[in-house]
Design a protein around this ligand. Structure first.
Ligand code: UFG
Length: 328
């Protein structure tokens, strides 16, 4: 059987394509290359350049390959951008996902893995936050993804599709073999920006908010290494194929680090003391988001191998150097 990976030319989707191929699966990547790269798709995968909201194209791909599972990564993911341009988030992340689900139902694709997000929790009153708390996203990005979770529940009940909705916390790091990493030319994510600052590819970095009710005033996040994250997807796929029930799981390690702590680690690992500017809060940022990380371990037997921020930062630095040399 073959897995259709939407967004497989991007950061997490690309790592998923690698992991599937490493596990001996057949992979078709569907990506419109708006933020992904042709070179990021492993040569053993088939790349179709197009939009996952294009129902005729998706029907054709499913009919032409033995697709038994869709792993849906293609999405817009920048929180402040979603605040500034919400309709593009509701179009890309919600409306087009509805079309993709319709294709899955029409073509009897029974297994669906969805890249959801910790942003569905909004500003949780308690951290770590467990899957069972009431959901109250505070930005359009989180809302655009939560609506897809709701669609999945309804579609599963009506049509017998089974799904895994994986709520990512802050994904970082790179393939330990150096094959892939975060390659976006417009960096917004903290570790990406910090390693660019350390390597002199940008002039220092801004800390968005130092007056949050946290240990040092900066935001707390749970940083999860990308290979560990895609391992969770492989386990979810195995679970669904074995007839397991639909499930929704947090993907994080269950430990919170502040923005200032992350910056210190990047400085220590790189050996570079880059400039850090304290700025005002960024739109849409919750103060703290840490995963209640038990369910994924018990339900899927997930056992992360890279839970070490030093290692994550080292991988991100190595990849950033590689990417820079590749462009030069
Ligand atoms: N930050 C800075 N300076 C920067 C970049 C980020 O201070 O240059 C801060 C942010 O304000 C925030 C923290 O670092 O406090 C993390 O920000 P990121 O942009 O790295 O990540 P987000 O927490 O905004 O969002 C990410 C993903 C979402 C996911 C979310 C879950 O983009 O998909 O994590 O926590 F939902």
């Amino acid at each position: 059987m073959t897995v259709l990976v939407t967004g497989g030319a991007g950061y997490i989707g690309g790592h998923m394509a690698l992991a599937l191929l490493d596990a001996g699966e057949e992979v078709v990547v569907l990506d419109n290359l708006s933020t992904g790269f042709r070179w990021a798709v492993p040569p053993e995968a088939k790349l179709v350049v197009g939009d996952f909201g294009d129902a005729a194209l998706v029907d054709q791909i499913i009919a032409g390959h033995k697709i038994d599972a869709i792993a849906h990564f293609a999405a817009k993911i920048v929180v402040p951008e979603s605040v500034a341009d919400p309709l593009s988030y509701y179009l890309n992340n919600t409306a087009k996902a509805r079309n993709l689900l319709e294709c899955a139902v029409r073509n009897e694709v029974r297994h669906f893995i969805f890249s959801s997000t910790a942003a569905v929790y909004g500003e949780p009153s308690v951290n770590p936050v467990f899957e069972t708390v009431p959901l109250a996203p505070i930005n359009p990005y989180g809302r655009s993804k939560l609506m897809v979770e709701w669609m999945l529940q309804d579609v599963a009940a009506a049509h017998g599709l089974r799904f895994a909705a994986l709520r990512y916390f802050n994904v970082a790091g790179a393939d330990p073999q150096g094959r892939l990493g975060q390659s976006s030319p417009v960096a917004t994510h903290l570790i990406k920006v910090a390693v660019q600052a350390a390597l002199g590819h940008r002039a220092g970095l801004d800390v968005f908010g130092t007056d949050y009710p946290t240990k040092d005033g900066s935001c707390i996040r749970d940083y999860i290494q990308v290979t560990d994250l895609v391992d969770a997807h492989l386990l979810a796929l195995r679970h669904l194929r074995a007839g397991g029930e639909s499930l929704t799981c947090n993907c994080g390690y269950g430990r919170g680090l502040s923005v200032l702590e992350v910056i210190d680690v990047v400085k220590k690992v790189s050996g570079v003391d880059f400039e850090v500017r304290r700025k005002g809060r960024r739109a849409g940022d919750p103060a703290s988001l840490v995963a209640g990380a038990e369910r994924i371990r018990t339900e899927l037997g997930w056992s992360p191998k890279h839970d070490d921020l030093n290692e994550i930062v080292r991988q991100a630095l190595d990849w950033e150097r590689r990417l820079h040399n590749r462009k030069a």
